[in-house]
Design a protein. Structure first.
Length: 97
């Protein structure tokens, strides 16, 4: 299953309700399951991003739907990156001419 990195930044609304962030994280995991995805890791961070999630999802459509569903709540803005294992990257590099 493809892996994705989701970078999240709190919105003003998300910061005002920051004490609920761990509860929202559990809801995010449930939401991911509804989209056929699994949250493998979730970290709160300092710096440009407030949280980072590593998510396995069946395809780009599913991870996009998850990101949009998360955004509807209004607590975070996200950026989603596809992630490649060494084996994945070897397949990519085999196609490089």
């Amino acid at each position: 299953m493809p892996a994705f990195i989701i970078l999240s930044s709190f919105t003003d609304q998300g910061v005002r309700a920051v004490k609920d962030t761990t509860k929202r994280a559990e809801k995010f995991k449930e939401l991911a399951k509804q989209h056929g995805a699994t949250v493998k890791e979730l970290y709160w961070t300092l710096g440009q991003y407030d949280a980072i999630a590593v998510v396995d999802a069946p395809d780009v459509t599913s991870i996009t739907a998850l990101g949009l569903s998360l955004g509807i709540a209004g607590n975070v803005r996200t950026q989603t990156l596809p992630a490649f294992t060494a084996d994945d990257m070897a397949k990519v590099l085999a196609k490089v001419k």
